[in-house]
Ligand binder design. Structure first.
Ligand code: FES
Ligand code: FES
Length: 194
């Protein structure tokens, strides 16, 4: 009996369900771009090296070119099309815009999705390769430019807009910290920024 090489899957993307038949070899990146017209997620290297295709899977950043679409079924997928709140840009998007964190813009959707995930990782106290004190009780390290560069090192920018990208990520991270502090002070009645 011949094995089937395709399946009908349902992907939950930016809060909406999409049901489609896919070849089992289809990557999440190709499903997003070629099948669902969600072209905000970019294809650069198609082999996990550039970060242009970064999306959030259950809130954690992942490169969509190394993820099979069938394996993403049942997960919350967030693409650049889904990070804003209606007309209100996500704070990371706003920071990139305000500080010119891009030139041609091709890497930008991946940079922004990656930064959103990175800011949450940092706030949760995850150390990076350049964190000096990695003891859990030390808490999140200061988010220096070196910390941001290391944590964002999976996202390449061929235009070399790194200086402004680092500034934009720092500003968005600071806004996230301020919102979290305010949230704690008001007993959690305000919504988190990210
Ligand atoms: S296109 Fe996925 S990492 Fe480059
Ligand atoms: S802004 Fe052009 S590749 Fe990054």
């Amino acid at each position: 009996m011949a094995l089937s090489t395709s399946s009908v899957i349902t992907l939950k993307i930016n809060g909406e369900k999409h049901t489609l038949p896919v070849d089992h070899r289809t990557t999440l990146l190709d499903a997003l771009r070629e099948r669902l017209d969600l072209t905000g997620t970019k294809k650069g290297c198609d082999q996990g090296q550039c970060g242009a295709c970064t999306v959030l899977l259950d809130g954690r950043r992942a490169v969509a070119c190394l993820q099979l679409a069938v394996a993403a079924e049942g997960r919350e997928i967030t693409t650049i099309e889904g990070v804003a709140d209606g007309e209100r840009l996500h704070p990371v998007q706003q920071a990139f815009l305000d500080l010119d964190g891009f030139q041609c813009g091709y890497c930008t959707p991946g940079q922004i999705c990656s930064a959103i995930g990175m800011i949450e990782e940092h706030a949760a106290g995850w150390p990076s390769a350049v964190t000096e004190d990695v003891r859990p009780q030390a808490g999140p390290p200061p988010l220096t430019a070196d910390e941001i560069r290391e944590r964002m090192s999976g996202n390449l920018c061929r235009c070399g807009a790194y200086v402004a990208i680092v500034e934009a990520v720092a500003r968005a991270a600071e806004a996230h910290t301020n919102a979290s502090d305010e949230d704690a002070a008001t007993g959690g009645t305000k919504e988190a920024v990210i």
